[in-house]
Design a protein around this ligand. Structure first.
Ligand SMILES: O=C(O)c1cc(=O)[nH]c(=O)n1[C@@H]1O[C@H](COP(=O)(O)O)[C@@H](O)[C@H]1O
Length: 234
């Protein structure tokens, strides 16, 4: 697998999702199933996509008491997904419980990553919820906690990648949504970057949704973004 792209399969229904998935090769991208499609279609749908050879990022951003999150993460591992995530702001005990729950799965455990500061948030949004530091400062604090808890990486903005790479090392996975090719509007995203710049900054995985899923021809949109990336890198 040389593609760094994870497509956010945020379609409203299974038929539209299959229209896209059936036209894509697993070597061109991994697929992220998030709250919308998971709530609609559930684990059976994920099993069907995995049977087609796709690696799945189950993005349910668990954020709850440690016991609840640990149990949920173990169910994700039973499902056999490649990656899953929790909110770092759930705290150290929650992240440690999630990591411990994956211990019995050994090398078959999914990658466990923590969301730092959502890419839809900027300084003013943090201020609204009582956090009076910049997104970079807050994301850095949470990324260090996630690493200390033994997690495999974080979800962050590509704007934070250069700094995180230096502080957190080359093996810590940096997964970046908020990716917008030139000419695509930001939608609700605030800390955005183009695919090429995110890759050049050192992002491991680029999570891309609407620039692909809302395109007239999603499979073609994916190929067009891929053609701008260096596929020998990942
Ligand atoms: O965990 C995520 O995947 C995530 C974290 C984050 O900070 N920002 C973010 O946009 N995401 C997800 O990444 C996808 C981005 O989609 P687009 O904005 O349509 O490209 C969505 O499915 C979001 O749920």
């Amino acid at each position: 697998m040389s593609s760094p792209i994870i497509v956010a399969v945020d379609f409203a229904d299974v038929k539209s999702a299959w229209n896209f998935i059936d036209r894509v090769d697993p070597k061109d991208c991994r697929l992220k199933i998030g709250k919308e499609l998971f709530t609609h279609a559930g684990p059976e749908f994920i099993k069907q996509i995995m049977n087609k050879g796709f690696e799945i990022f189950l993005d349910l951003k668990f954020h709850d008491i440690p016991n609840t999150v640990a149990k949920a993460v173990a169910v994700a591992a039973d499902l056999g997904v490649w990656m899953t995530n929790v909110h770092a702001s759930g705290g150290i005990r929650m992240m440690e419980a999630a990591k411990d729950a994956l211990y019995p799965y050994g090398k078959d455990a999914p990658l466990l990553i923590a969301v730092t500061v959502l890419t839809s948030m900027e300084a003013a949004d943090l201020k609204d919820i009582g956090i009076n530091v910049s997104p970079l400062e807050q994301a850095t604090k949470l990324a260090i906690l996630a690493k200390n808890c033994g997690l495999d990486g974080v979800v962050c903005s590509a704007k934070e990648v250069q700094s995180f790479r230096t502080r957190l090392g080359s093996n810590f996975k940096l997964v970046t949504p908020g990716i917008r090719p030139l000419g695509s509007g930001p939608d609700d995203q605030r800390r955005i970057m183009t695919p090429q710049r995110a890759q050049a900054a050192g992002s491991d995985y680029l999570v891309i949704g609407r620039p692909i899923t809302k395109a007239e021809d999603p499979a073609k949109a994916l190929q067009s973004i891929l053609s701008t990336l260096d596929l020998s890198k990942s």
